[in-house]
Design a protein around this ligand. Structure first.
Ligand code: MG
Length: 387
């Protein structure tokens, strides 16, 4: 028992699984980044001398084996032998020796995100506390929207049928994919509004599919349909286009899933144009970094709506985070039809209730068990996951 209460948290091994599974050919979701043909993920396993194992997720970056290699080579060599409880010290070491000095930017941020999440999982398992408690939170209902790879470019009648399923599951908000073309995009939004009335919260995501001219055409129509945000009309670094688009309508602009570390969020917040902030725990630098981003957002009275990545690990971690923030936004529920990383690789990461809310898990750390056999049986399939 003493051992369990005082485990040796020295990091003795780090492993990164690049994992994939193909999606059935019929009914692939189409969205602004292409047609989804497979799902990829990078799952990070950190082992301590005392036997506690932590799990985390790095975003796959459409190059999962590359991100896994970075975790298992350079970053592993920096982190082995460190005290797993020293999450900030380990973050700083990776920042000093790799992220800040070698220009690897997004790749390193994604790779270190998975390690950081695993270290928080270890902290929870070492203390017996769920992550939300470690972060200073409490179990409470968190509003969720139907998101993930879903509600894509399909005829309005089919889109209405899909949305109906998500509402039946409890969701009170849905995110539609834009970036096909302004005419069809607006027809889909109008059809959903007409089918479900004014109470449904409609969010939209163009996945960087718009030109400034497209945004000028679409945004008044989004206002007319009471859309609650327009996500990533343009690439993350395209600040000039975001500034121009601000004048085209009232719909709040959202971004952040492709912004890395607090330093990029610092500029995003300072620009004062994007007011819906969407950091991804598996991309921007992990739990440690998103808490700093959330503190900056808090000073500006901006809510944080974390972008959800591929596996149940990120989903569970995002809910823990939201339960600990003073200004939580939405949890992005993953309503994609086929996701083994959500349904098979781990036990149930969340459940949506009849009011459209989720709650954080109660087990120590992230509160999830990972089926390592699943990871071994689903090796990476090289190539892009959207074509
Ligand atoms: Mg998005």
């Amino acid at each position: 028992m003493t051992e369990a209460r005082n485990p040796d948290l020295k990091i003795v091994d780090i492993k990164a699984y690049a994992t994939s599974f193909p999606l059935p050919k019929d009914g692939n979701v189409r969205l602004g980044i292409g047609r989804a043909v497979k799902k990829d993920a990078v799952v990070v396993k950190v082992t301590t001398a005392g036997g506690i194992i932590g799990w985390g997720e790095s975003h796959h970056a459409r190059a999962p084996s590359t991100i896994a290699k970075l975790v298992e080579t350079t970053l592993k060599m920096l982190v082995l032998g460190e005290d797993a409880a020293n999450v900030q010290g380990i973050w700083n070491k990776i920042y000093d020796k790799q992220l800040a000095s070698h220009g690897l930017g997004a790749g390193t941020a994604m790779a270190m995100s998975g390690i950081d999440m695993a270290l928080w999982d270890i902290r929870g398992k070492a203390t017996g506390w769920p992550l939300y408690k470690l972060l200073g939170g409490v179990s409470k209902p968190i509003a969720a929207y139907a998101g993930g790879i879903s509600l894509g470019f399909q005829p309005p009648a089919e889109l209405i049928e899909e949305a109906r399923l998500h509402l039946a599951a409890g969701y009170k908000a849905v995110k539609l994919r834009l970036g096909d073309n302004p005419k069809d995009d607006l027809a889909r939004v109008a059809a959903i509004r007409k089918a479900f009335g004014d109470d449904l919260v409609i969010l939209t995501d163009a996945n960087i599919g718009y030109s400034v001219a497209d945004a000028r055409t679409v945004m008044p129509g989004l206002d007319a349909n009471g859309v609650a945000w327009l996500e990533e009309p343009f690439p993350a670094h395209d600040y000039r286009s975001y500034r121009e688009a601000k004048a085209f309508g009232r719909v709040p602009l959202a971004a952040g899933e492709n912004h890395y570390t607090r330093f990029e969020f610092s500029r995003l917040i300072d620009e004062g144009i994007v007011t819906i902030l969407q950091p991804d725990l598996s991309k921007t630098g992990g739990v440690t970094e998103v808490m700093k981003i959330a503190a900056m957002a808090s000073a500006h009275k901006l809510p944080v709506h974390p972008h959800t990545s591929m596996t149940g690990l990120n989903m569970a971690a995002s809910i823990h985070l939201l339960a600990a923030l003073d200004h939580p936004g939405y949890f992005e529920g993953d309503v994609s039809k086929n996701n083994l990383f959500r349904d098979v690789m781990v036990n149930e990461p969340y459940r949506v209730d009849a009011d459209g809310n989720v709650r954080p898990l109660e087990g120590p750390g992230l509160g999830l068990e990972v089926d390592e056999e699943f990871l071994i049986k689903h090796p990476v399939i090289e190539g892009p996951s959207y074509v």
